[in-house]
Design a protein around this ligand. Structure first.
Ligand SMILES: [Zn+2]
Ligand SMILES: [Zn+2]
Length: 322
């Protein structure tokens, strides 16, 4: 099993999780072009991705989503409230009542059905490459494809999941868990490869570590965990008061201190790798985050086997393979 963090930080997040037979991208918080570039840098083949999973609708997690999903023609997994918040965000001038939302879902279904019909007739003859380039280049105004593209919130396919209820994509079993964060329905994920019995987890964008997250993060082999800000840097830093309050709140982000506390008190020590992520460029320094986590681990002798690493904002880190 493999985790490749393509980007992590307040300016954009995206991670590839791969098992023997399945590959998914968690969040698409950089432009499609940049995500493709990062995947090339990390030796991750975008055409091998089976799906995109979204933790929540904040821009640093969805910036390249629609373009990437359409380019790769893969389904996007959301919770329904997150999908709705994202669609709203993509079409800001429309006041979306619930009736309008249902209408949107229905129209999207019809457009997809029309597209599927069209594809089953014509595209069957095309090779994958021809189909992909046709998608990028040809735009017949009357084709269902063009209709879908005119709607910035249209996606090749949408699947819903519910936090707390696991689901499978290929040989990956995914358990989404609710996180305390100021978004419509934010969540983290635990990934388990059935064939390899290895578990990896992503837990960023959370104001504190509630009991359900502590439980979700038990028996994890590779853990991507938020270490967003240094408390003093945030307090003395340039953010307006209201933004500081938001970050510090119970639905904001984990500080280095809070992450250290979790590691020292609640974490079960089972991970071979702990990757610290979602660092703020303004209110944190990688060395401080690392120092804080390592100190917490040092306090507990039996955690010394845990290797702590830093994810990066500006480049992918080397894939972690187990
Ligand atoms: Zn967020
Ligand atoms: Zn974020």
């Amino acid at each position: 099993m493999r985790m490749t963090v393509l980007a992590s930080g307040s300016k954009g997040n995206s991670t590839v999780i791969a098992s023997a037979g399945t590959r998914v991208l968690v969040d698409a918080g950089l432009s499609c072009r940049e995500l493709m570039k990062r995947m090339a840098m990390a030796n991750e083949d975008p055409s091998a991705l089976d799906a995109i999973l979204i933790t929540h609708e904040h821009t640093d997690h969805v910036a390249g989503l629609s373009v990437l999903a359409r380019r790769l023609r893969i389904p996007v997994y959301f919770t329904e409230p997150t999908h709705r918040a994202w669609v709203r965000q993509m079409t800001p001038r429309t006041a979306m009542t619930y009736a309008k939302w249902l209408d949107h879902v229905q129209k999207e279904k019809e457009a997809r059905a029309a597209l599927a019909e069209l594809e089953s007739d014509a595209a069957r003859a095309l090779t994958d490459i021809e189909a992909a380039s046709a998608e990028v280049e040809a735009e017949d105004e009357d084709a269902p494809e063009a209709a879908i593209k005119r709607d910035p919130a249209s996606l090749p396919a949408v699947e819903y999941f519910q936090p707390g209820t696991n689901f499978s994509i290929g040989d990956l079993v995914i358990t989404p868990f609710t996180t305390p964060h100021d978004a419509a329905d934010p969540c983290g994920f635990v990934f388990e490869s059935v064939s390899e019995s290895i578990r990896m987890a992503i837990a960023t964008d959370l104001g504190y570590v509630p009991p359900n997250v502590k439980r979700a993060l038990e028996r994890i082999d590779v853990l991507l965990l938020e270490s967003n800000h240094d408390l003093e840097m945030l307090k003395d830093g340039p953010y307006p008061w209201a933004v500081k309050q938001r970050v510090l709140s119970r639905v904001g982000h984990l500080s280095n201190h809070a992450t250290g506390e979790f590691l020292a008190r609640d974490y079960d020590g089972s991970a071979m790798y702990i990757v610290l992520g979602h660092l703020s460029e303004t209110n944190n320094v990688p060395e401080l985050a690392l120092l804080s986590a390592e100190e917490a681990i040092r306090e507990r002798g039996r955690l010394l086997g845990n290797r702590v690493m830093l994810a990066q904002q500006n480049a992918p880190i080397a894939p972690i393979c187990l």
